[in-house]
Design a protein around this ligand. Sequence first.
Ligand SMILES: NC(=O)C1=CN([C@@H]2O[C@H](COP(=O)(O)OP(=O)(O)OC[C@H]3O[C@@H](n4cnc5c(N)ncnc54)[C@H](O)[C@@H]3O)[C@@H](O)[C@H]2O)C=CC1
Ligand SMILES: O=C(O)CCC(=O)C(=O)O
Length: 438
Amino acid sequence: MGATVNGQQQHTQGGDTPTELLEGISHEGLKRVLQAVQHRDPDQPEFLSAVKEVAQSLQPVFERQPELLRAFEVMCEPERQASGGGPYKGGLRFREGVNLSVIKFLGFEQMFKNALTTLPMGAGKASRGGSDFDPKDKSDAEIQRFCQSFMTELYRHIGGRTDIPAGDIGCGAKEIGYLYGQFKRITGLFTGALTGKGLDFGGSEIRPEATGYGVVFFAECALAGAKDSIRGKRCLVSGSGNVAQFCALKLVESGALVLAMSDSHGTVYEPEGFSREQVHQVMSIKASHSGRLTDYKSDTCTYMEGAKPWAIDTPVDMAFPCATQHEVCLQDAQQLVQHGCKYLFQGANMPCTDRAVHHLEDNGVLFGPGKAANAGGVAVSGLEMVQNSVNAKLKEIMQAIYKTSKEAADAYNVSLASGSNIASFKKVAEAVLAQGAV
Ligand SMILES: NC(=O)C1=CN([C@@H]2O[C@H](COP(=O)(O)OP(=O)(O)OC[C@H]3O[C@@H](n4cnc5c(N)ncnc54)[C@H](O)[C@@H]3O)[C@@H](O)[C@H]2O)C=CC1
Ligand SMILES: O=C(O)CCC(=O)C(=O)O
C-alpha cells in the first residue's frame, strides 16, 4: 500500500471507536500479529479500526490455513508490502484533518476492495494519498494552485503502470482536471496516470455516478437474496457529495423513498421522500464546495441543524451512510434498530464503528460492507485505465502503420498510398510463401 500524506490530525466521527485490537480475537498467531500492529501504530485509530474489522473476519481462515497469517502481517504495514496484482489504485482525499492514520486505513480498505472488483488493480497493494488542504471555501484559483503544487511532488510516484490515483472526499472532477494538467505539463506524458478525468480527456462514462449507483445495485442483489425488493423502502442517506447524490438518485429511480440527506452541518428530512428534482437541487447546491444544505428549499422539508439522519424519529427500512468514516456509532446503530432498519449498505469507507456493526448484525440487520458495496467507483476507474491503455496502444499501432508505409514509399520512391499497398502486400506475400504457395 503506497501512502502519500500531508496533514495534521483528523477528528474521528464516532465516539466509540475501540482501538483495543485483541477484543474478540482467540487465534494465538493472529493475536501476536495484532499486538505488533498496536505497538507500532498506537496513535492511528482509523487504521487500527480498519485492521481490527478485517482481522475479526479472517480468524476462521487462519484456523484452517495458518500459513496465510504471514500475508496478513505483511498487509498490515504499508512499507513492507510485497508483490502486487496490478498497478496500485485508490483515491486522493483533500480534507481538513487528513493524516497518516486516515490514509493508511483508506489504503488498507482499498487493497481488499480492489481485489473484489475482478479487475487487475492492486490486488496485493493499494494506494491512497491526500492532504489536509480543504477545498471548501477556497477560490478556483487557490484550488488550482494547490493541485498544481501537490502534483509537482506526486508526479514522481504515479504513472499508467504504477500508481494511479483518483478522487475521494474533496477531490472531484475539477481537482482531477487540475492535477492531470500539471502531470502533463511536468512529464509531457498523456498517459492515464489518473482516473476520474473529464470525458474530453480520457475519462470514462458514468465514473461520477459509479460509486453511488453501484451501492444501490449491490443492495438490490442483497435484497433479492433475501426475497425482498427496494421498491417502496424507506431509506436514510447520509452525506450529499458524490456518492450520496448518485446513491439517492438511483434509489429514487428504483422506487425507494429517500427520507434524508445530510452534510457536516445537519440533515434535511423530507417526510414524503426526495423527488428526482429535489435530489438534483442538492446536486446543484453541492456543485460548489462551499454549498450547504441550509440552502435547500422545499415546502415539505425539515432542516435539523447538527443532527445525523439516523436520529430522525420515523420508521426506516434501509440506511446508506455515504459521508465519512465512523459516522455511525453504537448509539446511531441503536436508533436505527429501534426505528426498524433491516438493511445497511456502506457507501462511504468504514462509516460504521466496530460496535455499531456488531449491534446491527446482532439485531438481524443485513449489513453490506463498504469494501464490497462501494467498489463500483474503483471498478469503473479500472475500466478507465483499461480504456486509456487501449487508447495508448492504438496510438502505438498507428505510429507503426505510418512508419512501415512511409519506409516502403521511400524505398520505392512512390506515394504514401502506394507505400501502404507495398508494405501490406509484402507482409501477406511472405506469409503465403512461407506456408507453401501452390
Ligand atoms: N468518490 C468515490 O468514488 C468513492 C468514495 N467513497 C467514500 O465515500 C465517502 C464520500 O466520498 P465522496 O462522496 O466522494 O466525497 P465528497 O467530497 O463528494 O462528499 C462528501 C460529503 O460528505 C459530507 N460530509 C462530510 N463529513 C460529514 C459528516 N461528518 N456528516 C455528514 N456529512 C458529512 C460533505 O458535506 C460532503 O457533502 C467517503 O468515505 C469516501 O471515501 C468510497 C468509494 C468511492
Ligand atoms: O476510483 C478510484 O480509484 C478510488 C475510488 C475510491 O476512492 C474508493 O474506492 O474508496
